[in-house]
Design a protein around this ligand. Structure first.
Ligand SMILES: *Cc1c(COP(=O)(O)O)cnc(C)c1O
Length: 407
């Protein structure tokens, strides 16, 4: 029996097309440009820099005592590691499903990673975390909330407290996201956020570091490159805290500029609303992709207040040649899926096997198997609900054609 031919759907919008900077953002940026005072310490008298105002606002937003603006999230993680006291050769636990700047920050701090397995929902395997913590004696855990999947933070915090482990959170994909009623980035000693173009606030590049610890805050400000002008920060510990650190902390020059800070300040009040718009799209895609053969959608925890700015799923019960063909056919039809199964990192994918700058990069069988089928695409807010439906329809068609072999 012959089935009627389905229309071959295609999609022609870019998966990397962001919304424009708002008119008010452009206006405020123009004012900073007109002032010429782009450097955060270039203030006169009692003028307050945009960067300082942003730090005060972001600390209040997430409910942290202190916040510091930096050049990027990757540099924030590096500064965080140094500020909590990581020394060359120290071991750092870190979930292996993450992006290249995370192992990069560990390398930059001259530390040794101890990679922890992930589970089928892309979350840190907490049994493996405990096992590796005990076996390695590591005293730091760099938790990356990769692609916005948030592991049980009560259990994680309990393990870290019990084993005397300092936790640092990489919140590059969880700006605006919560576990229960608490923002991510406030569970560990330090939280690091990104305002790079592909994240939840777009200032081109930018990082925000939050902490409640006064020594960590003072050290981070000094590392970021304060030229001894730290008294100009609004979000900072008392000046005497800087006294014991100021001559022994080097200046790494990783500051945020006022132009970047202005763009972030303009977008921060809209973050909640934008998160809702992302989640409407995420949930529509999730509902429509549900029950597609060979596709497993990760289960979200009840307390996970995620921001669905990208979508992940696992292609199951097939071989990697077929998955590659699936991804390529989707690409031919305009659906840009990133596949973490590729051994050679491409674009923004990354696998621990390709971080060859580490010597002791042990096998991670659980993670490697999951990554072999892991697919990922962005959900830019320039996509309409109809765009999301078209994307799902294309994926479903390609699954049936390439994986199930229907004609
Ligand atoms: C983007 C990203 C980073 C780094 O952010 P930058 O601001 O580009 O340095 C870190 N971790 C994850 C998971 C990311 O996606």
């Amino acid at each position: 029996m012959t089935k009627p031919l389905e229309d071959v759907l295609t999609f022609d919008k870019s998966f990397t097309r962001q919304e424009p900077i708002s008119e008010s953002g452009i206006q405020k940026a123009a004012e900073v440009l007109q002032s010429g005072r782009l450097h955060r310490y270039n203030t006169l008298g009692d003028e307050i820099a945009e960067a300082s105002l942003l730090e005060q606002e972001y600390a209040a937003y997430v409910g942290s005592r202190y916040c510091l603006g930096l050049a990027s999230c990757g540099s924030s993680i590096y500064v965080a590691l140094k500020s909590v006291g990581v020394q060359p050769g120290d071991k750092i636990l870190s979930n292996a499903f993450t992006l290249a700047p995370v192992p990069g920050a560990i390398k930059n701090a001259e530390a040794e990673p101890v990679f922890v397995e992930i589970d089928e929902d892309y979350l840190t395997d907490l049994n493996d975390l405990e096992k590796k913590a005990k076996a390695s004696g590591a005293k730091y855990f760099l938790l990356s909330h990769m692609r916005g999947h948030i592991v049980d933070m009560e259990q994680t915090t309990e393990i870290c407290n019990r084993l005397g482990i300092t936790m640092i959170e990489d919140c590059a994909h969880t700006m605006g996201a919560t576990w229960g009623d608490q923002y991510t980035g406030t569970f560990g000693k330090v939280g690091c956020f990104s305002t790079q173009t592909y994240k939840h606030i777009n200032s081109g590049e930018g990082g925000l570091l939050v902490t409640d610890d006064k020594d960590v805050a003072a050290k981070a400000i000094l590392y970021s490159g304060s030229y001894m002008l730290y008294d100009k920060h609004l979000s900072r510990p008392p000046l005497e805290v800087f006294e014991k650190h100021k001559t022994i902390i080097p200046n790494f020059s990783l500051r945020m500029s006022n132009l970047v800070a202005t763009l972030i300040r303009d977008q921060l009040p809209h973050l909640e609303e934008q998160s809702k718009r992302w989640n409407e799209r995420y949930r529509l895609i999730e509902a429509q992709l549900q029950d597609t053969p060979h596709i497993r959608i990760p289960r979200r925890r009840e307390k996970e207040g995620y921001v669905g700015s990208s979508f992940q799923f696992t292609v199951t019960n097939t071989d990697s040649t077929t998955i590659e063909q699936f991804v390529n056919t989707c690409a031919d039809r305009g659906v840009a899926i990133k596949w973490f199964g590729r051994m050679e990192p491409k674009g923004f994918t990354s696998r621990h096997e390709s971080w060859a700058y580490f010597q002791n990069n042990e096998a991670l069988p659980e993670t490697e198997t999951i990554m072999d089928g892991l697919c990922d695409f962005r959900i830019p807010l320039t996509f309409t609900f109809d765009d999301c439906k078209t994307i799902v329809a294309i994926i479903r068609q390609v699954v049936s054609k390439v994986i199930e072999g229907d004609q």
